[in-house]
Design a protein around this ligand. Structure first.
Ligand code: SF4
Ligand code: SF4
Length: 337
């Protein structure tokens, strides 16, 4: 365990940023967003950023390849940018768990090389949540915001920050920095305080009872879906802020002298998402809304050893313009028990 005074954080970030690309939570137009570290960036570690850390590995838009057409021949050109080692600082426990959900998708055979390359180049410094928000419910899914994991765990304890390596990569990273040993006692006190706060959160008693693999028959035809989905605008905001949503589309753009193929985030809430030449298997917003929540609470855990694809980050609770969210769905479906 290593420790620094809070006023030394700027120097520490500068030292990290001098060696590798570094991203930190920072103020940005009223939001907190992961931002490249540079002089003058307003670092804000007060709460979980508004946008999750998933786009470090699964960006909103990325070029996949280019096709060059010369007469009857087509050349495929791999024009992806080379990744360099980078550090993401201040990731919370929920977002760290979301990487496991994404890994199950992108690192299963056939492995997505674009995603894997970014994962291999990353180092994650997490931060224990000393001020979880009222919309947070990571504990529902067995996630401990007082033990966030990653490569290195950080704790804001009184007038200091404490750091602990979790992985070998994290150990080597901390060894590069000039840090004082210590902070163990302060961290234990900090954890105890976080656990007290966690127990008082409004959603601390929410459980996954009634959800998980094997629950399709119980939940699929529940009449509550119609009521729940009636006011959904199909805007997709919930999917874009969600750290575990991983639907994407592949598009081709004619540049005039070839084709640029790119991948971009898509949303199961959009009405053309599953549209095929044979028709649309989810013709109304009811089916699309049900799909999103059944996937997170039933289908994904059924296929991934019980792992839910919600991590309780609470972003959909804060951002849905219609106040719809996974907690509302869980509570409504359970009322029928
Ligand atoms: S649930 Fe809310 S955020 Fe999601 S698509 Fe519907 S209206 Fe938009
Ligand atoms: S469904 Fe909502 S609470 Fe769950 S991980 Fe996604 S955004 Fe966070």
């Amino acid at each position: 365990m290593y420790s620094i005074k809070k006023e030394a954080l700027g120097s520490l970030l500068a030292a990290i940023g001098a060696k590798r690309k570094l991203y930190v939570p920072a103020d940005n137009a009223g939001l907190i967003l992961f931002t490249p570290y540079a002089d003058g960036v307003s670092v804000n570690l007060s709460r979980n950023p508004d946008v999750s850390a998933k786009d470090f590995f699964f960006p909103q838009v990325e070029n996949i390849c280019r096709f060059k057409v010369c007469g009857k021949t087509v050349d495929v050109i791999d024009n992806r940018e080379k990744n360099e080692d980078f550090v993401v600082f201040g990731v919370r426990a929920c977002d760290v768990k979301s990487f496991e959900v994404l890994d199950n998708v992108f690192l299963s055979e056939p492995v997505d090389g674009y995603y894997k390359d970014r994962r291999d180049h990353s180092l994650i410094v997490t931060l224990a949540c000393s001020k979880p928000l009222e919309t947070c419910f990571c504990g529902t899914f067995g996630i401990d915001c007082a033990a966030p994991g990653g490569d290195v765990e950080a704790y804001a304890c009184g007038d200091s920050y404490a750091f602990r390596a979790i992985t070998e990569k994290g150990e080597a990273f901390l060894a590069e920095l000039s840090l004082e040993n210590g902070g163990d006692e302060a961290v234990e006190a900090c954890k105890a305080k976080i656990n007290e706060i966690k127990a008082k959160l409004p959603l601390s008693d929410l459980t996954t009872e009634g959800f998980g693999g094997g629950k399709t028959k119980d939940l699929f035809n529940n009449p509550k879906w119609a009521e729940l989905s009636a006011s959904c605008l199909g805007c997709g905001t919930c999917t874009f802020v969600c750290p575990t949503c991983q639907c994407y589309d592949i598009r081709d753009f004619d540049t005039g002298n070839g084709i640029q193929r790119y991948r971009c985030w898509d949303s199961c809430m959009y009405r053309d998402f599953t549209k095929m030449s044979a028709g649309q298997p989810r013709p109304s917003q009811l089916e699309r809304f049900r799909q999103r929540f059944m996937h997170k609470l039933v289908y994904y855990p059924e296929n991934n050893n019980g792992l839910f694809s919600c991590v309780g980050c609470g972003r959909c609770l804060r951002k849905c313009p219609q106040s719809l969210n996974i907690v509302k769905v869980m509570k409504a479906l359970r009322e029928d028990d």
